[in-house]
Design a protein around this ligand. Structure first.
Ligand code: 6GU
Length: 225
């Protein structure tokens, strides 16, 4: 079973997301175990500080190495992490390939950054992977951690009802998905493509493949390279 430990100064941000829908079910059915760790529990002063001014001056606080290492070493008493992942906008871009790879691990540690960043020594000496979810800046790593967890957990065996549906996702074969339709067959004159009503499995599969290719060519030509 996959376990994901998440170090954050806002554990409450996660409760809603993990308490609903597919993620809730995945946790309830023991496909994944998630632990939220409040970094402030590892602060060393009475204010429970986890950040400080940066050396050399400049705006923005920096997360201190000491609480992070105290936290990490405490967690490592009962876990051997496959990856210690720092979520940061200057990390490598997260994609489906990375999600697939992480879904095969057993113990992941996610560390959510805040403020101006994290003391570089922590990144250099303790972190094993740095991940960004896109070319924009979030106010903290938490939303990125949620996205990473969702993308990984839905791939775990037993999480999706229809085991094949994760395999037919957009991106799983570097193609976007074909369009999908449901009842009614005609809505205000807008008809479903007739081939889908034909019952001809081979023709349907071929149509879907052509649509996927065409959609990818038009919207995401970068995926076809
Ligand atoms: Cl992982 N963190 C933050 N703060 N901003 C981001 C991000 C991560 N990925 C994209 N933007």
């Amino acid at each position: 079973m996959l376990t994901i430990d998440i170090v954050t100064i806002h554990p409450g941000l996660f409760q809603g997301v993990f308490g609903h829908s597919i993620l809730k079910r995945a946790i309830a059915s023991d496909c994944v175990k998630i632990r939220l760790i409040n970094l402030r529990d590892y602060a060393t002063d009475k204010h429970r500080s986890v950040d400080d001014y940066q050396y050399g001056g400049g705006a923005g606080m920096v997360m201190m190495i000491e609480p992070l290492v105290r936290c990490l070493e405490d967690l490592q008493k009962d876990r051997n992490y496959d990856e210690i992942i720092f979520l940061t906008p200057d990390g490598t871009l997260f994609n489906q390939h990375e999600a697939n790879s992480l879904s095969l691990k057993e113990n992941l540690l996610l560390i959510c950054g805040h403020y101006k960043g994290v003391d570089e020594r922590f990144r250099q000496h303790y972190v094993t992977r740095e991940i960004s979810i896109g070319n924009y800046v979030l106010s903290g790593g938490e939303p990125a951690a949620v996205i990473l967890c969702d993308a990984v957990i839905r791939l775990l065996p037993g999480v999706l009802n229809d085991e094949t549906s994760a395999l037919s996702d957009s991106f799983q074969d570097d193609l976007l998905s074909a369009p999908v339709y449901t009842r009614p067959a005609v809505f205000r004159g807008f008809a479903v493509p007739p081939v889908l009503l034909s019952g001809h499995e081979e023709k349907i599969a071929q149509w879907r493949h052509e649509q996927a290719l065409e959609r990818t060519r038009l919207r995401r030509p970068d995926l076809l390279k």
